[in-house]
Design a protein around this ligand. Structure first.
Ligand code: HEC
Length: 107
């Protein structure tokens, strides 16, 4: 995960727009940039790790929720409120939020 500074935001190329069921507009974007540190090209490893976190920490009180159970918009607040009932760190909750959103009903 990463955040963009003002130069990064300016370098974004905006593509197609999509309006979700809640009326929010989403745009596909592309960004070409240099990253000084090594990053993983294996996105699947991150999702595997996130799924393990979910299976371990989100199944204590109810069945571990699957990503397609909720929309991309709903997951952040659900993980935030449910995260307080787990021992997951902020970084783990961020990964879990990304996992749920990326694999949610609306991509
Ligand atoms: C300590 C118990 C507990 C843990 C741990 C827990 N939950 Fe929950 N969860 C609940 C309860 C109780 C509800 C019923 C609604 C409520 O009380 O808010 C619920 C409801 C939900 C719902 C349905 C919410 C809705 O609006 O329909 C989702 C999705 C969910 N939890 C996801 C998660 C995720 C993701 C995690 C792990 C980060 C998690 N839960 C961990 C107790 C827990």
């Amino acid at each position: 995960m990463a955040t963009l500074n003002a130069d990064g935001v300016k370098a974004l190329k905006t593509g197609k727009a999509f309006t979700d069921a809640y009326g929010n507009q989403w745009h596909s974007v592309t960004l070409t940039a240099q990253i000084p540190n090594q990053v993983t090209a294996q996105q699947q490893q991150l999702w595997t790790e996130a799924a393990q976190l979910k299976d371990r920490s989100c199944s204590v009180c109810h069945a571990a929720p699957v990503p397609t159970q909720m929309s991309v918009n709903a997951w952040p607040s659900v993980v935030k409120s449910m995260g307080g009932r787990t021992d997951l760190t902020q970084a783990q909750l961020q990964l879990l939020t990304s996992y749920y959103q990326y694999n949610a009903i609306h991509k």
